[in-house]
Design a protein around this ligand. Structure first.
Ligand SMILES: [Zn+2]
Length: 558
Protein backbone atom coordinates (compact mmCIF):
# COMPACT_ATOMS: atom_id res chain seq x y z
CA UNK A 1 0.00 0.00 0.00
CA UNK A 2 1.38 3.41 -0.90
CA UNK A 3 1.70 6.00 1.75
CA UNK A 4 -0.83 8.21 -0.03
CA UNK A 5 -3.41 5.47 -0.26
CA UNK A 6 -3.12 4.56 3.39
CA UNK A 7 -3.42 8.23 4.32
CA UNK A 8 -6.61 8.50 2.27
CA UNK A 9 -7.98 5.35 3.84
CA UNK A 10 -7.28 6.51 7.37
CA UNK A 11 -8.82 9.90 6.57
CA UNK A 12 -11.91 8.08 5.33
CA UNK A 13 -11.99 5.95 8.47
CA UNK A 14 -11.67 9.06 10.60
CA UNK A 15 -14.52 10.74 8.71
CA UNK A 16 -16.64 7.63 9.25
CA UNK A 17 -15.88 7.66 12.98
CA UNK A 18 -16.77 11.32 13.14
CA UNK A 19 -20.01 10.71 11.27
CA UNK A 20 -20.72 7.92 13.74
CA UNK A 21 -20.05 10.22 16.65
CA UNK A 22 -22.35 12.82 15.11
CA UNK A 23 -25.13 10.33 14.41
CA UNK A 24 -26.59 10.35 17.94
CA UNK A 25 -26.25 14.15 18.19
CA UNK A 26 -28.18 14.54 14.94
CA UNK A 27 -30.80 11.96 15.87
CA UNK A 28 -31.31 13.55 19.28
CA UNK A 29 -32.65 16.66 17.54
CA UNK A 30 -35.81 14.58 17.07
CA UNK A 31 -36.56 15.23 20.75
CA UNK A 32 -38.52 18.48 20.92
CA UNK A 33 -40.42 20.64 23.38
CA UNK A 34 -43.49 20.53 21.17
CA UNK A 35 -43.28 16.75 21.00
CA UNK A 36 -43.18 16.46 24.77
CA UNK A 37 -45.99 18.94 25.30
CA UNK A 38 -48.25 17.28 22.73
CA UNK A 39 -48.09 13.88 24.40
CA UNK A 40 -48.48 15.37 27.88
CA UNK A 41 -51.57 17.35 26.84
CA UNK A 42 -53.19 14.15 25.63
CA UNK A 43 -52.22 11.88 28.52
CA UNK A 44 -53.03 14.45 31.22
CA UNK A 45 -56.36 15.50 29.69
CA UNK A 46 -59.65 14.99 31.54
CA UNK A 47 -60.46 12.40 28.92
CA UNK A 48 -57.77 10.09 30.29
CA UNK A 49 -59.33 10.26 33.77
CA UNK A 50 -56.09 10.32 35.74
CA UNK A 51 -54.83 7.02 34.22
CA UNK A 52 -55.67 4.67 37.08
CA UNK A 53 -54.93 0.97 36.41
CA UNK A 54 -57.95 -1.07 35.38
CA UNK A 55 -60.16 1.94 34.56
CA UNK A 56 -61.32 3.40 31.22
CA UNK A 57 -58.42 5.83 31.74
CA UNK A 58 -56.03 2.91 31.47
CA UNK A 59 -57.67 1.66 28.28
CA UNK A 60 -57.16 5.09 26.67
CA UNK A 61 -53.60 5.50 27.95
CA UNK A 62 -52.46 2.07 26.86
CA UNK A 63 -54.11 2.43 23.44
CA UNK A 64 -52.48 5.84 22.95
CA UNK A 65 -48.96 4.68 23.85
CA UNK A 66 -49.36 1.55 21.73
CA UNK A 67 -50.52 3.58 18.75
CA UNK A 68 -47.58 5.98 19.17
CA UNK A 69 -45.10 3.10 19.39
CA UNK A 70 -46.55 1.63 16.18
CA UNK A 71 -46.49 4.96 14.42
CA UNK A 72 -42.85 5.44 15.38
CA UNK A 73 -42.07 2.11 13.78
CA UNK A 74 -41.23 0.25 16.99
CA UNK A 75 -41.70 -3.50 16.86
CA UNK A 76 -43.94 -5.25 19.39
CA UNK A 77 -41.92 -5.48 22.62
CA UNK A 78 -43.60 -8.68 23.70
CA UNK A 79 -42.32 -11.83 21.92
CA UNK A 80 -45.97 -12.89 21.61
CA UNK A 81 -46.26 -10.24 18.89
CA UNK A 82 -48.10 -7.60 20.93
CA UNK A 83 -47.22 -4.26 22.45
CA UNK A 84 -48.63 -5.26 25.83
CA UNK A 85 -47.65 -7.24 28.87
CA UNK A 86 -50.67 -8.12 31.00
CA UNK A 87 -50.08 -7.27 34.67
CA UNK A 88 -52.68 -8.84 36.97
CA UNK A 89 -53.13 -6.88 40.19
CA UNK A 90 -54.86 -7.66 43.46
CA UNK A 91 -56.53 -4.89 45.47
CA UNK A 92 -57.29 -5.66 49.11
CA UNK A 93 -58.95 -3.38 51.66
CA UNK A 94 -57.96 -4.62 55.11
CA UNK A 95 -59.81 -4.66 58.42
CA UNK A 96 -57.11 -5.65 60.91
CA UNK A 97 -57.08 -6.63 64.57
CA UNK A 98 -53.89 -6.53 66.62
CA UNK A 99 -53.51 -7.41 70.29
CA UNK A 100 -50.60 -8.41 72.46
CA UNK A 101 -49.90 -9.93 75.82
CA UNK A 102 -46.69 -9.26 77.69
CA UNK A 103 -46.61 -10.50 81.27
CA UNK A 104 -49.79 -9.32 82.93
CA UNK A 105 -50.40 -6.66 80.33
CA UNK A 106 -53.03 -7.53 77.74
CA UNK A 107 -53.69 -4.84 75.12
CA UNK A 108 -56.07 -4.51 72.21
CA UNK A 109 -54.68 -1.81 69.91
CA UNK A 110 -56.87 0.51 67.82
CA UNK A 111 -56.48 0.25 64.06
CA UNK A 112 -55.57 3.64 62.62
CA UNK A 113 -54.85 5.47 65.89
CA UNK A 114 -52.31 2.97 67.27
CA UNK A 115 -51.21 0.93 64.30
CA UNK A 116 -51.87 0.00 60.70
CA UNK A 117 -51.50 -3.48 59.28
CA UNK A 118 -52.65 -5.40 56.26
CA UNK A 119 -52.00 -8.83 54.87
CA UNK A 120 -49.83 -9.84 51.95
CA UNK A 121 -50.48 -12.63 49.48
CA UNK A 122 -53.86 -13.52 48.04
CA UNK A 123 -55.66 -14.90 51.08
CA UNK A 124 -58.52 -12.65 52.13
CA UNK A 125 -58.32 -13.80 55.74
CA UNK A 126 -55.08 -14.09 57.69
CA UNK A 127 -54.85 -15.19 61.31
CA UNK A 128 -51.66 -15.14 63.37
CA UNK A 129 -52.30 -16.24 66.95
CA UNK A 130 -49.80 -15.77 69.80
CA UNK A 131 -46.60 -15.12 67.90
CA UNK A 132 -43.53 -14.26 69.96
CA UNK A 133 -42.55 -10.57 69.75
CA UNK A 134 -38.89 -9.85 69.03
CA UNK A 135 -37.27 -6.43 68.68
CA UNK A 136 -34.70 -6.68 65.86
CA UNK A 137 -33.24 -3.16 65.94
CA UNK A 138 -33.18 -1.76 62.41
CA UNK A 139 -33.91 -5.21 60.97
CA UNK A 140 -30.99 -4.90 58.55
CA UNK A 141 -28.58 -7.43 57.07
CA UNK A 142 -25.92 -5.49 55.16
CA UNK A 143 -22.83 -7.59 54.42
CA UNK A 144 -20.96 -4.63 52.86
CA UNK A 145 -21.06 -2.89 56.25
CA UNK A 146 -20.47 -6.07 58.26
CA UNK A 147 -23.92 -5.52 59.74
CA UNK A 148 -26.46 -8.16 60.78
CA UNK A 149 -29.24 -7.28 63.21
CA UNK A 150 -30.53 -10.86 63.32
CA UNK A 151 -27.31 -12.70 64.30
CA UNK A 152 -28.79 -16.02 63.23
CA UNK A 153 -31.72 -15.73 65.66
CA UNK A 154 -34.64 -17.70 64.28
CA UNK A 155 -37.55 -15.30 63.66
CA UNK A 156 -39.71 -17.79 61.77
CA UNK A 157 -43.36 -17.39 62.73
CA UNK A 158 -42.52 -14.50 65.02
CA UNK A 159 -43.62 -10.86 65.11
CA UNK A 160 -40.62 -8.64 64.59
CA UNK A 161 -40.55 -5.02 65.71
CA UNK A 162 -38.18 -2.74 63.83
CA UNK A 163 -36.87 0.82 63.92
CA UNK A 164 -37.46 3.10 60.95
CA UNK A 165 -34.71 4.06 58.40
CA UNK A 166 -31.18 2.66 58.28
CA UNK A 167 -28.92 2.74 61.34
CA UNK A 168 -28.16 6.37 62.21
CA UNK A 169 -24.56 5.93 63.35
CA UNK A 170 -22.78 9.06 64.60
CA UNK A 171 -19.53 10.05 62.93
CA UNK A 172 -16.67 9.19 65.32
CA UNK A 173 -14.94 12.43 64.24
CA UNK A 174 -18.00 14.64 64.68
CA UNK A 175 -20.89 13.07 66.62
CA UNK A 176 -23.20 15.87 65.45
CA UNK A 177 -23.08 14.25 61.99
CA UNK A 178 -23.72 10.75 60.72
CA UNK A 179 -20.81 8.48 59.85
CA UNK A 180 -20.38 8.68 56.06
CA UNK A 181 -18.65 5.28 56.11
CA UNK A 182 -21.75 3.57 57.47
CA UNK A 183 -24.99 3.43 55.47
CA UNK A 184 -23.89 6.50 53.51
CA UNK A 185 -24.30 8.91 56.41
CA UNK A 186 -27.33 11.17 56.07
CA UNK A 187 -28.24 9.68 52.69
CA UNK A 188 -30.75 6.88 52.74
CA UNK A 189 -29.70 3.44 51.59
CA UNK A 190 -32.13 0.78 50.48
CA UNK A 191 -31.87 -0.71 53.99
CA UNK A 192 -33.76 2.31 55.27
CA UNK A 193 -36.82 1.78 53.09
CA UNK A 194 -39.82 0.05 54.62
CA UNK A 195 -40.05 -2.11 51.50
CA UNK A 196 -36.62 -3.56 52.34
CA UNK A 197 -37.65 -4.22 55.94
CA UNK A 198 -40.69 -6.21 54.84
CA UNK A 199 -38.61 -8.09 52.26
CA UNK A 200 -36.00 -9.25 54.76
CA UNK A 201 -38.78 -10.17 57.20
CA UNK A 202 -40.37 -12.34 54.50
CA UNK A 203 -37.02 -13.87 53.60
CA UNK A 204 -36.38 -14.83 57.22
CA UNK A 205 -39.88 -16.26 57.63
CA UNK A 206 -41.31 -13.78 60.15
CA UNK A 207 -45.11 -13.91 60.51
CA UNK A 208 -45.46 -10.17 61.02
CA UNK A 209 -43.14 -7.20 60.67
CA UNK A 210 -44.09 -4.01 62.45
CA UNK A 211 -42.12 -0.81 61.91
CA UNK A 212 -42.02 1.69 64.76
CA UNK A 213 -43.00 5.09 63.37
CA UNK A 214 -40.99 8.15 64.39
CA UNK A 215 -41.94 11.44 62.80
CA UNK A 216 -38.48 12.97 62.38
CA UNK A 217 -36.64 10.13 60.65
CA UNK A 218 -39.77 9.21 58.67
CA UNK A 219 -40.08 12.84 57.49
CA UNK A 220 -43.86 12.47 57.72
CA UNK A 221 -46.28 12.38 60.66
CA UNK A 222 -48.30 9.40 61.84
CA UNK A 223 -51.37 10.75 59.99
CA UNK A 224 -49.69 9.88 56.69
CA UNK A 225 -49.21 6.30 57.84
CA UNK A 226 -52.77 6.17 59.19
CA UNK A 227 -54.26 7.51 55.95
CA UNK A 228 -52.32 5.22 53.68
CA UNK A 229 -52.30 2.10 55.80
CA UNK A 230 -55.94 1.13 55.90
CA UNK A 231 -56.87 1.98 52.32
CA UNK A 232 -56.96 -0.52 49.51
CA UNK A 233 -53.51 -2.08 49.15
CA UNK A 234 -52.33 -3.27 45.77
CA UNK A 235 -49.98 -6.12 45.04
CA UNK A 236 -49.25 -8.43 42.12
CA UNK A 237 -51.87 -11.13 41.84
CA UNK A 238 -50.13 -14.41 42.55
CA UNK A 239 -50.97 -17.85 43.85
CA UNK A 240 -48.58 -18.27 46.74
CA UNK A 241 -47.30 -15.90 49.39
CA UNK A 242 -45.72 -12.57 48.50
CA UNK A 243 -41.93 -13.07 48.48
CA UNK A 244 -41.49 -9.38 49.29
CA UNK A 245 -43.60 -9.13 52.45
CA UNK A 246 -44.38 -11.21 55.54
CA UNK A 247 -47.99 -12.40 55.98
CA UNK A 248 -48.73 -9.27 58.06
CA UNK A 249 -46.73 -6.07 57.45
CA UNK A 250 -47.56 -3.02 59.50
CA UNK A 251 -46.58 0.10 61.43
CA UNK A 252 -47.03 1.02 65.09
CA UNK A 253 -47.30 4.48 66.60
CA UNK A 254 -44.21 5.38 68.69
CA UNK A 255 -45.91 5.72 72.10
CA UNK A 256 -47.64 2.35 71.72
CA UNK A 257 -44.29 0.73 70.90
CA UNK A 258 -42.74 2.36 73.96
CA UNK A 259 -45.55 0.96 76.14
CA UNK A 260 -45.07 -2.47 74.64
CA UNK A 261 -41.37 -2.43 75.46
CA UNK A 262 -42.03 -1.04 78.92
CA UNK A 263 -44.39 -3.95 79.59
CA UNK A 264 -41.43 -6.25 78.96
CA UNK A 265 -39.22 -4.16 81.24
CA UNK A 266 -37.33 -2.38 78.49
CA UNK A 267 -36.85 1.28 77.74
CA UNK A 268 -37.29 2.27 74.08
CA UNK A 269 -34.43 4.77 74.03
CA UNK A 270 -32.04 2.27 75.59
CA UNK A 271 -32.97 -0.41 73.05
CA UNK A 272 -32.69 2.11 70.22
CA UNK A 273 -29.22 3.08 71.42
CA UNK A 274 -28.19 -0.58 71.59
CA UNK A 275 -29.40 -1.04 68.00
CA UNK A 276 -26.79 1.45 66.79
CA UNK A 277 -23.92 -0.98 67.23
CA UNK A 278 -22.79 -3.99 65.24
CA UNK A 279 -23.00 -6.08 68.44
CA UNK A 280 -26.75 -5.63 68.76
CA UNK A 281 -28.69 -8.87 69.15
CA UNK A 282 -32.46 -9.33 68.82
CA UNK A 283 -34.37 -8.86 72.07
CA UNK A 284 -37.41 -10.99 72.89
CA UNK A 285 -40.17 -9.00 74.53
CA UNK A 286 -41.23 -12.17 76.36
CA UNK A 287 -44.76 -11.85 75.10
CA UNK A 288 -46.94 -12.59 72.11
CA UNK A 289 -48.83 -10.68 69.42
CA UNK A 290 -51.99 -11.82 67.67
CA UNK A 291 -53.26 -10.56 64.34
CA UNK A 292 -56.47 -11.13 62.46
CA UNK A 293 -56.79 -9.41 59.08
CA UNK A 294 -59.99 -9.65 57.02
CA UNK A 295 -60.01 -8.16 53.52
CA UNK A 296 -62.39 -7.25 50.79
CA UNK A 297 -60.59 -8.11 47.58
CA UNK A 298 -60.81 -7.41 43.88
CA UNK A 299 -58.60 -8.18 40.92
CA UNK A 300 -57.56 -5.53 38.42
CA UNK A 301 -56.24 -6.38 34.96
CA UNK A 302 -53.63 -3.90 33.89
CA UNK A 303 -50.88 -3.61 31.29
CA UNK A 304 -47.32 -2.56 30.71
CA UNK A 305 -46.81 -1.24 27.16
CA UNK A 306 -43.67 -2.39 25.33
CA UNK A 307 -42.06 -1.39 22.03
CA UNK A 308 -38.77 -2.61 20.61
CA UNK A 309 -35.99 -1.45 18.36
CA UNK A 310 -34.10 -4.52 17.33
CA UNK A 311 -30.33 -4.23 17.54
CA UNK A 312 -28.32 -4.18 14.30
CA UNK A 313 -25.46 -6.35 15.50
CA UNK A 314 -26.14 -10.07 14.98
CA UNK A 315 -24.67 -10.93 18.37
CA UNK A 316 -25.40 -7.87 20.49
CA UNK A 317 -29.03 -7.62 19.39
CA UNK A 318 -29.78 -10.36 21.91
CA UNK A 319 -28.86 -7.88 24.64
CA UNK A 320 -31.22 -5.15 25.78
CA UNK A 321 -31.19 -1.61 27.04
CA UNK A 322 -34.49 -0.69 28.70
CA UNK A 323 -35.88 2.84 28.73
CA UNK A 324 -38.78 2.99 31.19
CA UNK A 325 -41.40 5.42 32.47
CA UNK A 326 -44.65 4.74 34.28
CA UNK A 327 -47.85 5.74 32.47
CA UNK A 328 -50.22 5.36 35.42
CA UNK A 329 -51.36 7.91 37.95
CA UNK A 330 -53.94 8.23 40.73
CA UNK A 331 -57.25 8.32 38.81
CA UNK A 332 -60.30 10.20 40.06
CA UNK A 333 -61.51 11.07 43.55
CA UNK A 334 -65.22 11.72 43.32
CA UNK A 335 -65.29 13.00 46.91
CA UNK A 336 -63.34 16.11 45.94
CA UNK A 337 -65.37 19.32 45.42
CA UNK A 338 -65.44 21.59 42.38
CA UNK A 339 -66.70 19.45 39.52
CA UNK A 340 -65.24 16.74 37.34
CA UNK A 341 -62.02 18.39 36.24
CA UNK A 342 -61.11 19.20 39.87
CA UNK A 343 -61.56 15.53 40.80
CA UNK A 344 -59.12 14.17 38.23
CA UNK A 345 -55.51 13.55 39.18
CA UNK A 346 -54.04 14.65 35.85
CA UNK A 347 -50.51 13.61 36.71
CA UNK A 348 -49.10 15.90 34.04
CA UNK A 349 -45.54 15.87 35.37
CA UNK A 350 -46.05 12.62 37.29
CA UNK A 351 -45.73 10.90 34.89
CA UNK A 352 -47.42 11.92 31.64
CA UNK A 353 -44.19 13.87 31.15
CA UNK A 354 -41.96 10.80 31.52
CA UNK A 355 -44.21 8.79 29.23
CA UNK A 356 -44.00 11.61 26.69
CA UNK A 357 -40.22 11.60 27.07
CA UNK A 358 -40.16 7.86 26.45
CA UNK A 359 -41.89 8.38 23.10
CA UNK A 360 -39.56 11.25 22.19
CA UNK A 361 -36.58 9.04 23.03
CA UNK A 362 -37.97 6.30 20.80
CA UNK A 363 -38.32 8.89 18.05
CA UNK A 364 -34.64 9.81 18.43
CA UNK A 365 -33.53 6.17 18.26
CA UNK A 366 -35.59 5.75 15.10
CA UNK A 367 -33.90 8.84 13.64
CA UNK A 368 -30.49 7.13 13.77
CA UNK A 369 -29.18 6.19 10.32
CA UNK A 370 -28.72 2.67 11.66
CA UNK A 371 -30.22 0.94 14.69
CA UNK A 372 -27.74 0.61 17.56
CA UNK A 373 -25.99 -2.71 18.07
CA UNK A 374 -27.96 -3.78 21.11
CA UNK A 375 -31.76 -3.86 21.16
CA UNK A 376 -33.61 -1.07 22.94
CA UNK A 377 -36.85 -1.83 24.76
CA UNK A 378 -39.28 1.00 25.55
CA UNK A 379 -41.28 0.05 28.61
CA UNK A 380 -44.25 2.11 29.81
CA UNK A 381 -45.09 0.59 33.17
CA UNK A 382 -48.36 0.44 35.06
CA UNK A 383 -49.12 0.76 38.77
CA UNK A 384 -45.96 2.60 39.79
CA UNK A 385 -48.16 4.67 42.07
CA UNK A 386 -49.43 1.48 43.72
CA UNK A 387 -45.94 0.32 44.69
CA UNK A 388 -43.81 0.04 41.51
CA UNK A 389 -45.93 -2.95 40.56
CA UNK A 390 -45.65 -2.83 36.75
CA UNK A 391 -41.86 -2.64 36.99
CA UNK A 392 -41.83 -5.34 39.66
CA UNK A 393 -43.91 -7.55 37.37
CA UNK A 394 -41.62 -6.97 34.41
CA UNK A 395 -38.54 -7.65 36.56
CA UNK A 396 -40.04 -10.91 37.81
CA UNK A 397 -41.58 -11.87 34.43
CA UNK A 398 -39.09 -10.35 31.96
CA UNK A 399 -40.09 -10.48 28.29
CA UNK A 400 -36.39 -10.64 27.40
CA UNK A 401 -33.89 -12.31 29.74
CA UNK A 402 -32.59 -10.06 32.55
CA UNK A 403 -29.27 -11.87 32.19
CA UNK A 404 -29.02 -10.08 28.82
CA UNK A 405 -30.55 -6.81 30.03
CA UNK A 406 -27.60 -4.49 30.49
CA UNK A 407 -29.31 -1.38 31.88
CA UNK A 408 -32.56 0.35 32.76
CA UNK A 409 -32.76 4.10 32.23
CA UNK A 410 -35.86 5.34 34.02
CA UNK A 411 -37.74 8.62 33.70
CA UNK A 412 -40.15 9.84 36.36
CA UNK A 413 -41.11 13.48 35.96
CA UNK A 414 -39.21 15.76 33.57
CA UNK A 415 -37.84 19.20 34.32
CA UNK A 416 -40.46 21.78 33.35
CA UNK A 417 -38.58 24.90 34.44
CA UNK A 418 -35.85 25.55 31.88
CA UNK A 419 -32.23 24.70 31.17
CA UNK A 420 -29.84 23.80 33.96
CA UNK A 421 -26.06 23.89 34.30
CA UNK A 422 -26.11 20.50 35.94
CA UNK A 423 -27.95 17.25 36.15
CA UNK A 424 -28.36 15.27 39.36
CA UNK A 425 -27.58 11.58 39.21
CA UNK A 426 -29.91 10.02 41.77
CA UNK A 427 -28.34 6.61 41.18
CA UNK A 428 -24.77 7.87 41.47
CA UNK A 429 -22.18 5.68 43.15
CA UNK A 430 -23.90 2.47 42.12
CA UNK A 431 -22.65 1.62 38.64
CA UNK A 432 -20.32 2.63 35.83
CA UNK A 433 -23.27 4.35 34.14
CA UNK A 434 -22.04 7.27 36.29
CA UNK A 435 -19.01 7.73 34.03
CA UNK A 436 -21.07 7.45 30.83
CA UNK A 437 -23.35 10.17 32.16
CA UNK A 438 -20.44 12.45 33.06
CA UNK A 439 -18.96 12.02 29.58
CA UNK A 440 -22.27 12.71 27.83
CA UNK A 441 -22.99 15.70 30.08
CA UNK A 442 -19.57 17.11 29.28
CA UNK A 443 -20.54 16.95 25.62
CA UNK A 444 -23.41 19.28 26.51
CA UNK A 445 -21.16 21.52 28.59
CA UNK A 446 -22.94 20.37 31.74
CA UNK A 447 -21.86 18.98 35.09
CA UNK A 448 -23.18 15.95 36.91
CA UNK A 449 -23.95 16.22 40.60
CA UNK A 450 -25.08 13.54 43.03
CA UNK A 451 -28.65 13.57 44.37
CA UNK A 452 -29.15 16.87 46.21
CA UNK A 453 -31.80 15.31 48.46
CA UNK A 454 -30.32 11.89 49.29
CA UNK A 455 -32.26 11.72 52.55
CA UNK A 456 -35.46 11.33 50.53
CA UNK A 457 -34.29 8.03 49.11
CA UNK A 458 -35.53 8.88 45.59
CA UNK A 459 -33.51 5.97 44.18
CA UNK A 460 -35.79 3.58 46.04
CA UNK A 461 -39.08 5.25 45.19
CA UNK A 462 -39.29 4.89 41.43
CA UNK A 463 -39.38 2.03 38.95
CA UNK A 464 -35.61 1.66 38.49
CA UNK A 465 -35.50 0.13 41.98
CA UNK A 466 -37.17 -3.06 40.72
CA UNK A 467 -34.47 -3.49 38.08
CA UNK A 468 -31.69 -2.77 40.59
CA UNK A 469 -33.19 -5.35 42.93
CA UNK A 470 -32.76 -7.90 40.16
CA UNK A 471 -29.19 -6.80 39.54
CA UNK A 472 -29.72 -4.69 36.40
CA UNK A 473 -27.65 -1.46 36.53
CA UNK A 474 -29.89 1.62 36.48
CA UNK A 475 -29.89 5.34 35.80
CA UNK A 476 -32.33 7.88 37.20
CA UNK A 477 -31.63 11.58 36.93
CA UNK A 478 -33.24 14.82 38.06
CA UNK A 479 -32.56 18.37 36.90
CA UNK A 480 -33.65 20.49 39.80
CA UNK A 481 -30.78 22.85 40.56
CA UNK A 482 -28.64 25.58 38.92
CA UNK A 483 -31.19 26.92 36.45
CA UNK A 484 -29.49 29.06 33.83
CA UNK A 485 -30.29 32.76 34.00
CA UNK A 486 -32.56 32.31 37.00
CA UNK A 487 -32.14 33.66 40.55
CA UNK A 488 -30.46 31.46 43.15
CA UNK A 489 -33.72 30.51 44.88
CA UNK A 490 -35.54 29.68 41.64
CA UNK A 491 -34.83 25.94 41.82
CA UNK A 492 -35.98 25.88 45.39
CA UNK A 493 -39.14 27.84 44.64
CA UNK A 494 -40.20 25.88 41.55
CA UNK A 495 -39.29 22.39 42.71
CA UNK A 496 -40.41 22.80 46.31
CA UNK A 497 -43.59 24.50 45.22
CA UNK A 498 -44.41 21.56 42.98
CA UNK A 499 -43.72 19.05 45.76
CA UNK A 500 -45.73 21.00 48.34
CA UNK A 501 -48.69 21.99 46.19
CA UNK A 502 -48.99 19.87 43.08
CA UNK A 503 -47.25 16.54 43.67
CA UNK A 504 -49.96 13.86 43.87
CA UNK A 505 -52.64 16.58 43.78
CA UNK A 506 -55.27 17.21 41.13
CA UNK A 507 -53.39 20.44 40.35
CA UNK A 508 -50.49 18.52 38.72
CA UNK A 509 -51.88 19.67 35.37
CA UNK A 510 -50.59 21.22 32.14
CA UNK A 511 -49.32 24.76 32.76
CA UNK A 512 -48.75 27.68 30.43
CA UNK A 513 -45.51 28.72 32.18
CA UNK A 514 -43.70 25.43 31.55
CA UNK A 515 -40.34 25.60 29.81
CA UNK A 516 -39.26 22.24 28.43
CA UNK A 517 -35.95 23.43 26.99
CA UNK A 518 -34.20 21.78 29.95
CA UNK A 519 -36.20 18.58 29.59
CA UNK A 520 -35.16 18.35 25.93
CA UNK A 521 -31.52 18.68 27.01
CA UNK A 522 -31.97 16.05 29.73
CA UNK A 523 -33.59 13.61 27.32
CA UNK A 524 -30.86 14.20 24.75
CA UNK A 525 -28.40 13.38 27.50
CA UNK A 526 -30.28 10.21 28.39
CA UNK A 527 -30.40 9.33 24.70
CA UNK A 528 -26.61 9.70 24.40
CA UNK A 529 -26.02 7.50 27.47
CA UNK A 530 -28.50 4.91 26.22
CA UNK A 531 -26.90 5.01 22.79
CA UNK A 532 -23.42 4.47 24.23
CA UNK A 533 -24.68 1.46 26.17
CA UNK A 534 -26.57 0.15 23.16
CA UNK A 535 -23.36 0.45 21.13
CA UNK A 536 -21.49 -1.83 23.51
CA UNK A 537 -20.56 -0.08 26.77
CA UNK A 538 -21.60 -2.60 29.42
CA UNK A 539 -22.44 -1.05 32.80
CA UNK A 540 -20.93 -2.69 35.88
CA UNK A 541 -22.07 -2.41 39.49
CA UNK A 542 -19.64 -0.68 41.82
CA UNK A 543 -18.34 -2.21 45.01
CA UNK A 544 -20.25 -0.69 47.91
CA UNK A 545 -23.60 -0.62 46.11
CA UNK A 546 -26.18 -2.60 48.04
CA UNK A 547 -27.22 -4.11 44.67
CA UNK A 548 -23.83 -5.38 43.53
CA UNK A 549 -24.41 -8.84 45.01
CA UNK A 550 -27.64 -9.07 43.02
CA UNK A 551 -25.77 -7.95 39.92
CA UNK A 552 -23.22 -10.74 40.37
CA UNK A 553 -26.10 -13.18 40.80
CA UNK A 554 -27.77 -11.94 37.61
CA UNK A 555 -24.69 -12.69 35.54
CA UNK A 556 -24.58 -16.25 36.84
CA UNK A 557 -28.13 -16.90 35.66
CA UNK A 558 -28.71 -19.20 32.76
ZN1 LIG B 1 -46.28 9.61 41.63
Amino acid sequence: MTLLRSAILSALALAATQANAQAPAKASAAITEAGLLGHIKTLASDDFEGRSPGTPGEAKSVAYIEQQFKQLGLKPGNPDGTYRQAVPLLGMTPTPKFSYQIGERKVELRAGDDYVAHSSGSQTSVNIPNSEIVFVGYGVQAPEYGWDDYKGVDVRGKTILMLINDPAIPDPKDPAKLDPAMFKGAAMTYYGRWTYKYEIAAKLGAAAAIIIHETKPAAYPWDVVRNGGLHEQFSLLRDGPDPDAPPVPGWIQLDRAKEMMAAAGYDFDTLKQAALTKDFRPVSLKGTASFQVENTARTVQSNNVVGLIEGSDPKLKHEYVICSAHWDHLGIDEKLPGGRSKQIYHGALDNASGTAALMELAKAYKALPKAPKRSVLFLATTAEERGLLGAKYYASHPLHPLRETVADLNIDGVNAWGKTEQIENVTSGHSSIDELLVKAAKGQGRMVQPDSRPELGSFYRADQLEFAREGVPVLYTKARSKFIGKPENYAHDMVDHYVAHDYHQVSDDVRSDWDFSGAVQDMQLLFQVGYDIAQGATPQWKAGSEFKAKGDERLKRK
